[in-house]
Design a protein around this ligand. Structure first.
Ligand code: E4P
Length: 216
């Protein structure tokens, strides 16, 4: 499974990239808004692309297909690794189709049902982003959606990649891997949690203590 980081914060991306497990980055307007005061969004996106050699999702704001395509074309000029995030809606599907014809990769975001994922794949999306955490928040089992999409994509040999998004905790990442999702996009805090286990911490502490007793 590929690991993306879900942030626009350069320090977090730099730190996660230094671990050597990062395959890509996803941003959205909310994540870019958190970086207010640190430079315009185009500069931030370009810097992200310099830090990580993999897909970097940047989202359009227009709500009509022509507007989405225009924004997408501008964003795609920033770097060869930019993937255009398009919200799931009728105009979004039209834009995905048009961008696919132009050879521009898309990530269809805000997916909350299996059929939305199938529609996005049929339109030509390179990635779909089902939001598990937000479904859990609304008392649905978010991971059920990932299982359903994975089954449908397998049934029809669909090569659109599933990005498990809105990840809230390490269990989401484990479940995504067990299902066989292509990618999980993970907030920095959760990436840090993934490295930890209380028994590992105790084990390291004990080994260091015992090392002091070893004849040197
Ligand atoms: C996905 O690409 C989104 O940026 C993100 O995962 C949304 O997560 P949230 O529900 O925590 O805002």
């Amino acid at each position: 499974m590929k690991f993306f980081i879900d942030t626009a914060n350069l320090d977090e991306i730099r730190e996660a990239a230094s671990i050597g497990i990062l395959d890509g980055v996803t941003t959205n307007p909310t994540l870019l808004a958190k970086e207010k005061g640190k430079g315009d969004f185009r500069t931030i996106l370009k810097k992200i692309c310099e830090l990580v050699d993999g897909p970097v999702s940047a989202e359009v704001i227009a709500m009509d297909a022509e507007g989405m395509v225009k924004e997408a074309e501008d964003l795609a000029k920033l770097h060869k690794n930019i993937v255009i995030k398009i919200p799931m809606c009728k105009e979004g599907l039209k834009a995905i189709r048009m961008l696919d014809a132009k050879g521009i990769q898309t990530n269809c975001t805000l997916i909350f049902s299996p059929i939305q994922a199938l529609l996005a794949a049929k339109a030509g999306a390179s990635f779909v982003s089902p939001f598990v955490g937000r479904l859990d928040d609304a008392s649905h089992v978010g991971m059920d959606l990932i299982e359903d999409i994975a089954t449908i994509f397998e049934n029809y040999d669909i090569c659109t990649e599933i990005i498990v998004a809105s990840v809230r905790n390490p269990l989401h990442v484990v479940e995504a891997a067990l299902i066989g999702a292509d990618i999980a996009t993970i907030p920095f805090k959760v990436i840090e949690q993934l490295t930890k286990h209380p028994l590992t911490d105790i084990g390291i502490k004990n080994f260091l203590e015992d090392w002091k007793k070893v004849d040197k």
